[in-house]
Design a protein around this ligand. Sequence first.
Ligand SMILES: [Zn+2]
Length: 342
Amino acid sequence: MPELPEVETMLRDVARPLIGRTIVAIDLRLPKAFRPAGGLRPADLVGRTIVHAYRRAKMLAVDLSGDLTLLLHMRLTGQLAVERPDGSRVAAGHPVPAFGAPLPHRSTHLILTLDDGSRLFFTDLRQLGFLLLMPAAEVPGFFRRQGYGVEPLRPEFTTEAFQELLRRRPRTKMKPFLLDQSLVAGVGNIYADEALWLAGIHPLREAGSLPDAEARRLHHAIVDVLSDAVKYGVAQVLGGKALGRHVLPRVHGRAGEPCFRCGTPIERITLGGRSTYFCPACQPLRATEAPRGMPPLPPPLPTPVSHQGGRGENIPSPLVGEGQGRGGPRRGRGSRPAGSSG
Ligand SMILES: [Zn+2]
């Protein structure tokens, strides 16, 4: 499922560049995917200008003129793509269909045409993703009802705030703890495994068993893994298998492969119905001062990653496929985002 880094990438590369554009036509091909609030219809999108876009947990929010908001949830296989009038394309989300494949795909459920001739495609193989249209004033209440926890890349996600969450659920095992959206919002199956591996903490450890040093290490690891994925390339997973050796994920989807840190074969267990990957040597079941051979964690980020500035840094965006017409995607490092995570 697209997790925080994947949705952040959609926001930065697909949605934010559309701010200022006006929707001139809507082609809804899977009516059940579109759930307008009472009194609203899909056609109410037409004539609205995109004024703002942001992310909350794993949802993408697009504010429209006339005080409406369109919320998109990608679930397991959602993909967003924009095809510009010159035929160039930017896409993010699930890697199927391929980012350069002809659109609309048979699983494209919504096409919005914009006033410059660009077209936005919402494609979702499994048909689990959905779009909500509601008055902007109802959005804060909607998010409150979802019960989302702290945003891990925001300043309020401090070590102390994380330790307070750990104290609140002392008997919860760390993998399900990290997947609980009411505690930390946006972390899913892939990045939970990555953060636990980076911090050297076994997924079956209980939250209450982490001494301060480990809690601090895990807090840093969560922030590092998510912000690295946003900056340098989201995890490349297809059909539950990690792709490539020099990109994220470093442990998820790598059962039997040597641990990047110590060479021990990575193990896979099923926990709460989810595939969970860990290194039995680096992530022992007891508390540790520091995992064996673990490089020191970088210091805490001086300021949390800003999500307000678009592509503020001059870092190539490997998170999205850039394709020209039918020519196929031009893929750099990390061009395929996370797919199904088993
Ligand atoms: Zn290891």
